[in-house]
Design a protein around this ligand. Structure first.
Ligand code: GDP
Ligand code: PGA
Ligand code: MN
Ligand code: MN
Length: 611
């Protein structure tokens, strides 16, 4: 048995509540050793992981990891939000009573870390000094060294964050036990995996995965699910799956901040890392604040809506990342960055890495190359053209490695929000951009976000589904209350943000994307900011204001006039069909505020009048 007291004393971990929590779980999981982690342990942990073969070298200061082949994405079906109040059940949060889930998870975790080290990872999901700091502290206990190394990149990790808490008992208890990955019955009726947030006890219990989205508990489980619940329970803030960026017009000196939600693997990271298109010269500059989570609140003193990124790193999709689509992402994983790659293709002889879309074709000389499962490419059967890298393969790097990271990314007060955008992979109907000025209509638009699901979750790739505000997999309280909480928080702002719906993914009959996307996505955002400033007026449609061709900056853009027409047009008949689906979708939400229904009926009536 681990000598817990000695390990905690040696690390100087003094918070009595944390000590008791560590003791309890060390005892229950049967861990052999306990080790308290600070970010400064990273180099030592990396060496240990390399020596143990858990990580492989991928060039100077770069690491390669493989996860178990059935453990490569978030599992939405196995994810549960538990509380002691049955009224917390919503359409999407897979609610279960905590009285049932806690004993079940304890039984799964009992003795499951025998022979292993239990790492104690104290972290903060906020820049220190943030007005929301009270909701940001947590302690992840994990039996995986690779998870610890990811946490050091993705969250601020250090013992001071929990020794010095204003309320020493106010931290999220986040327990991760990997389990015997090869014998968990993935996808069968006896699936043993459970990813549970006991929201009203601020306790997270995840069993049966070492994949980032399931195992880095500071990020999604605390940063999104728990924080969304806390924001609602306290009435103080929103936590959303949002990117957050700043656009500076160097000519006028104006800076705008935009945040917004697209479902997982639908372009948030790319948008926030976007550099201005070359064709626009160096007039505009994009600052990266965050790419996956934003917490939003209204400041009591100045009445403005603020947003901040609680994370400290980027967990990005590798596929199609290259010098043309996203040079910033490539440079954020340069030699010496400490980046960790997961489930891409790897050559142990040369320590090179590759993924689909990194270069137009895979390396010509396949000698030594292994696919994400570790199988030699040279031994593949004739005609086997399965991808070398897993579609959901990822890179993990700290924010300070991102070339366009905002100089003030670490500042506690956050940034004032000018616009909130929603989007996703929608192959028809949704135009390039449509702006919405009314609060209820903006919230309604978020609630009715419909898009194709992606490989970031198990078993749903390509499925068309509603994904309210892109929060479907992270919803932790009922949707009716969620809508009301949105109306309340944003409604407190003395100046409302502009809302918009964007779509970079409309396709032609031949399946090609009509809009070139990536860096060019800055163009519709510039139009949105001009609309906000009253410099353009667009064209009013029943579903929002869309840019005229003259207003959109098209300098140096490669798009045909026909395709441009298609993405700047509202297909009324198709939209009326969509409204019928929305009737059904919204009816599943109990207690949806009347303002949202009014917005729905207004859009419906406007579409009918415009037909
Ligand atoms: P996130 O998971 O929402 O952060 O999405 P990412 O930015 O990581 O992008 C997910 C996938 O979509 C990657 O394979 C990107 O290359 C691709 N992607 C991102 N933006 C665009 C775009 O504007 N157009 C197209 N066609 N693909 C994009
Ligand atoms: P993503 O982040 O949104 O960048 O894919 C991870 C996730 O949501 O699982
Ligand atoms: Mn995400
Ligand atoms: Mn991302």
């Amino acid at each position: 048995m681990a000598d817990v007291e000695a390990a905690l004393d040696q690390a100087g971990l003094t918070n009595p509540h944390v000590r008791e929590y560590v003791r309890y779980w060390a005892d229950l999981t049967g861990a052999e050793r306990v080790e308290v982690i600070s970010a400064s342990d990273d180099a030592r942990l990396a060496q240990e992981a390399l020596d143990a073969g858990e990580l492989l070298p991928a060039g100077e200061g770069l690491y390669y990891s493989r996860s178990y082949h059935k453990d490569t994405a978030r599992s939405e079906e196995r994810t549960i939000v538990a509380t002691s109040n049955p009224e917390d059940a919503g359409a999407y949060n897979n609610w279960r009573p905590s009285s049932e889930m806690k004993p079940l998870l304890e039984s799964k975790m009992r003795g499951a870390s025998a022979g292993k080290t239990m790492y104690v990872v104290p972290y903060l999901m906020a820049p220190p000094g943030s007005p929301l700091e009270a909701y940001a502290a947590g302690v992840e206990l994990t039996d995986s060294r690779t998870v610890v190394m990811h946490m050091i990149r993705m969250a601020r990790v250090g013992i001071d964050y929990i020794n010095d808490l204003a309320d020493p008992n106010s931290f999220v208890r986040a327990v991760h036990v990997t389990g015997d990955l090869e014998n968990l019955g993935h996808g069968t009726a006896d699936d043993a995996r459970y990813f549970v947030t006991v929201a009203d006890e601020r306790t997270i219990l995840h069993f049966g995965s070492s994949y980032g989205g399931n195992a880095l508990l500071g990020k999604i489980a605390h940063g999104l699910r728990q924080a969304a619940y806390d924001g609602w329970a306290s009435g103080a803030f929103l936590s959303e799956q949002f990117m957050l960026l700043g656009i500076t017009d160097k000519e006028t000196g104006k800076k705008y901040h935009i945040c917004g939600g697209f479902p997982s693997a639908s372009g948030k990271t790319n948008l926030a890392m976007t550099l201005a298109p070359d064709a626009l010269g160096d007039r505009y500059y994009v600052d990266f604040y965050g790419d996956d989570i934003a917490w939003l609140w209204v400041d009591e003193n100045d009445g403005k809506l603020y947003g901040m990124n609680p994370e400290f790193g980027v967990f990005g999709v590798a596929k199609d990342t290259n010098e043309a689509t996203n040079p910033g992402a490539l440079h954020s994983v340069d030699a010496g960055s400490g980046a960790i790659f997961t489930n891409i293709a790897y050559n142990p002889k040369t320590q090179e890495v590759w993924w689909e879309g990194k270069t137009p074709n895979p390396p010509e000389d396949v000698t030594g190359w292994e696919d994400w499962k570790g199988e030699l490419i040279s031994e593949r059967a004739e005609g086997d053209d399965s991808p070398w890298a897993h579609p959901n393969s990822r890179f993990t790097t700290t924010l300070s490695n991102v070339p366009n990271v905002a100089p003030d990314f670490n500042s506690p007060q956050g940034v004032p929000i000018d616009a909130i955008i929603f989007g996703g992979r929608t192959r028809d109907r949704e135009p390039l951009i449509r702006a919405i000025t009314d609060l209820a209509e903006g919230v309604y638009d978020g609630l009715t976000l419909g898009a194709e699901a992606t490989f970031a979750a198990e078993g749903v790739d390509g499925q068309l589904r509603y994904d309210p505000m892109s929060m479907r997999p992270f919803m932790s309280y009922p949707e009716g209350s969620y809508a009301a909480h949105w109306l309340k928080i944003i409604g407190q702002a003395k100046e409302l943000p502009l809302f918009a719906h964007v779509n970079w993914f409309q396709r032609g009959d031949d399946g090609r994307f009509l809009w070139p996307g990536y860096r060019e996505n800055l163009r519709p955002l510039l139009w949105l900011m001009q609309l906000k400033a009253g410099e353009v007026s667009g064209r009013q449609t029943p579903v929002g204001i869309i840019p005229t061709k003259e207003e959109l900056n098209l300098e140096g853009l490669d798009i045909s006039p026909e395709d441009l027409d298609t993405i700047l047009t509202i297909d009324n008949a198709r939209w009326q069909q969509e409204i019928e689906h929305r009737d059904v979708h919204l009816s599943a939400f109990h207690g949806l505020p009347e303002e949202i229904w009014e917005a729905h009926r207004r859009v419906k009536a406007d579409l009918e009048a415009d037909a």
